[in-house]
Design a protein around this ligand. Structure first.
Ligand code: MG
Length: 355
């Protein structure tokens, strides 16, 4: 792509943005507009001048999430608080113009700039109520957690020795200079012929375990749904905890934090693209006797420190296809990481085997 072809509504996206040149191996990490990183994300603040006794005077806090949809186009969602499953106060499209995102609809009007998010909400003939929010970066409390004694270190940035592709094929994913591992996709047919890309899995097999894992997804303007920031990791080789760039979305059963197509997360705790995130999981493997399942796996999941599943049963394999859900693994299996064609990055993965 030529830089000259990428002028969208005042946002110049260079084919290689030098600010992000060191971020990753895939172009997804370098084709990032500075304005996206500056303006998208979480905002917190409050209503400023709601009349006494008004709902917004009693419930003063206000939060917003600003997500990139495609170059120059954004989507905004307003709630009373973040990490809380509730209907949005307002959601709608924003457009970038001169480094400022402007939005308007349903009586709401405002703008997002490097100084914050400001606007008004008007209802009927009453004077509009003002709000003001500031950008917040809410880092996970477990970012950088060190492996305790007895932990199996699966990724410490030095090598990819713990991993292989299925069938023992040597791992082809990128290990970057900064020790970060990046999905190398099998999407390119020429590379695929050379044995590049595809899911990877641990050489060692595990049953019950606790795991800590850090990941992040790029912005990928213009991509959407399951095509944006998709990966995931599978316990016993077959039960997927989903990774997806579902920042600011509803938190459905196929989005980030979901036990894929089985259980949605309690709340959508996914963070904005480019930010490092954490999974901390307690996994109890299924138990089988004489070829019959005695009990299904159970799982407790914290995404970015937020409890999103508590002792949740995984009643069947998390396969996309219905029929495949009943082909379940019996006994220990590898931890598998998914290549879903997006350049997801991983670091600091360790696991404590046992109950
Ligand atoms: Mg996935």
């Amino acid at each position: 792509m030529k830089p000259s072809s990428l002028l969208f509504a005042g946002a110049l996206i260079l084919s290689v943005n030098p600010l992000f040149a060191a971020e990753g191996a895939s172009p997804a990490w370098t084709e990032v507009a500075e304005v996206d990183v500056q303006l998208m994300g979480d905002y917190e603040g409050e209503w400023l001048d709601a009349p006494k006794g008004h709902y917004y005077e009693i419930n003063k806090p206000l939060a917003a999430q600003v997500m990139n949809v495609r170059p120059g186009e954004y989507f905004l969602r307003f709630n009373q608080e973040l990490d809380h499953r509730a209907d949005a106060y307002f959601e709608g499209k924003g457009t970038l113009e001169g480094g400022v995102i402007r939005f308007e609809g349903n009586g709401w009007k405002g703008e997002v700039s490097k100084d914050g998010l400001k606007g008004t909400c008007g209802q009927g003939n009453k004077p509009p109520i003002q709000f003001s929010l500031k950008k917040v970066v809410r880092s996970s409390p477990t970012l950088g957690a060190k492996p305790p004694e007895g932990a199996v270190v699966l990724l410490d940035g030095k090598n990819l020795d713990a991993w292989e592709h299925g069938g023992g094929r040597p791992v082809s994913w990128h290990l970057l200079e900064n020790g970060v591992m990046e999905v190398r996709s099998a999407a390119n047919p020429e590379e695929r012929k050379q044995g590049i890309g595809g899911d990877i899995q641990t050489k060692q097999k595990f049953g019950d375990c606790k795991i800590h894992l850090e990941f992040r997804y790029p912005v990928e303007p213009g991509k959407a749904g399951q095509g944006r920031g998709n990966s995931g990791f599978f316990f016993q080789g077959d039960y997927e905890v989903q990774i997806l760039n579902s920042y600011g979305l509803e938190g459905r059963w196929n989005e980030c934090g979901a036990l894929y197509k089985t259980s949605p997360p309690k709340v959508n705790a996914a963070r904005p693209p480019m930010e490092w995130q954490t999974y901390d999981i307690d996994y109890k493997a299924s138990v089988w006797k004489d070829g019959k399942k005695v009990s299904s796996p159970r799982i407790t999941v914290r995404l970015n420190g937020v409890l999103i599943h508590q002792d949740e049963e995984i009643p069947h394999a998390t396969a996309h296809a219905f029929a495949s859900r009943f082909k379940e693994p019996q006994g220990d299996g590898p931890i598998r990481l998914q290549d879903h064609s997006n350049a997801i990055q991983f670091r600091n993965i360790w696991l404590i085997p046992g109950k």
